[in-house]
Write a protein that binds this ligand. Structure first.
Ligand code: FMN
Length: 196
């Protein structure tokens, strides 16, 4: 039993150490099923969270709603840029349809919690989203969280029903990997760990 646990632990560490973000252009269908997504969200709910505030929520943007999301992207860009070419509109449409799974990550801060300042709530959100990214990686999918200017656009926030006291923090994009990301050199523990 102990041996099995040790093996499980070793493969878990390999999974964590090999996680990479995968850009939408390298992703394709199929993405994780709703059932797989539910498990990922359950994993997010195990993340450290002082006083169990769950200072975040997710919106799964279904394929049927992607045209609507694209319109919000386009209208946000028109407001920021003044005008938008047909090519730019196509880019936004493509962005809204680029990946099989799009999960909007939204803060749900609890402002009347003196024991849990906002910085702790941000950490809880980061830990939750990392669990989702790790689950996707462990299941063989590619995933990445992306924000960009669009997360501040009123049109996009309205589409996702994000009130003024919440942030749209990004979109967790997931799918099958059609092209692996290029190799990356990670910083080493010696860069960030000091032993006193
Ligand atoms: C909240 C959040 C938003 C992000 N938004 C973007 C983005 O808009 N564009 C981008 O290129 N990377 C963005 N990133 C970084 C990528 O998600 C990813 O971490 C980065 O490409 C490095 O890849 P790695 O996770 O494999 O180290 C964001 C990261 C976080 C945590």
């Amino acid at each position: 039993m102990v041996t099995n646990l040790a093996q499980y632990s070793a493969s878990f560490m390999e999974t964590v150490l090999s996680r990479r973000s995968v850009m939408p252009k390298r992703l394709c269908a199929p993405g994780p099923s709703n059932k797989e997504i539910q498990v990922m969200v359950d994993a997010a709910l195990t993340a450290p969270d002082h006083n169990q505030l769950t200072p975040w929520r997710l919106v799964l943007v279904s394929e049927e709603k992607r045209d609507h999301l694209a319109r919000a992207f386009i209208h946000g860009k028109i407001r920021r840029w003044g005008e938008v070419s047909e090519d730019e509109k196509t880019i936004e449409l493509d962005k809204a349809h680029a990946v099989p799974v799009m999960l909007a990550l939204i803060s749900d801060f609890k402002f009347d919690e003196p024991e849990v300042p906002l910085e702790e709530q941000y950490i809880a959100i980061g830990a939750a989203v990392q669990n989702i990214l790790l689950c996707a990686h462990a299941s063989g999918y590619g995933a990445i969280i992306l924000s960009g200017n669009r997360v501040h656009d009123r049109e996009v926030r309205d589409f996702l029903s994000v009130p003024d006291d919440q942030h749209l923090l990004g979109f967790v994009c997931m799918g099958s990997i059609k092209e692996r990301p290029k190799d990356v050199t990670r910083r080493q523990h010696t860069d960030v760990l000091r032993i006193l």
